[in-house]
Design a protein around this ligand. Structure first.
Ligand SMILES: [Zn+2]
Length: 137
């Protein structure tokens, strides 16, 4: 029987520092070189001050559930045994928001404002994705 392979995100040049960070267990976001605003996903220009200067900076990996949905429908056969699962916007302690998954909890028990911490989930040799687990789980 052939095992279904879940879709793996493509490592684009823009996202390479993010994926390299995740692979070594470090959550990084883009930081404006002028005003210091943190953002994710990366953009060429800062939406606060319009500067094009930026770098990548590590963050704590702590945050809270800002908003979430629960996926019940199977949009890709590789996810058939994973529904229901949560797709969430995580507000990082440092301010940036990140789209991710909340794992390690019944998705129906997730609440907005719930404290979460990053959990690096290895998909293959190249790609490790930062997902989030409730603090204390
Ligand atoms: Zn800026």
């Amino acid at each position: 029987m052939t095992e279904l392979v879940r879709p793996i995100p493509e490592i684009t040049p823009e996202l390479r520092p993010f994926f390299e960070g995740s692979r070594r267990g470090e959550l990084v976001v883009q930081k404006c070189g002028n005003c210091g605003d943190l953002r994710f996903p990366p953009h060429r220009m800062c939406s606060k001050c319009l500067s094009r200067e930026s770098s990548w900076t590590p963050v704590s990996g702590e945050g809270e559930v800002y908003s979430f949905i629960i996926m019940h429908r199977v949009y890709h056969p590789a996810f058939a045994n994973q529904v229901p699962y949560a797709v969430a916007i995580i507000k990082l302690k440092e301010g940036a928001k990140m789209l991710s998954n909340v794992i390690g909890i019944d998705p129906h028990a997730i609440k907005c404002g719930m404290p979460v911490r990053v959990s690096f989930e290895r998909l293959n040799d190249e790609v490790t994705l930062p997902m989030f687990r409730p603090v204390g789980s």
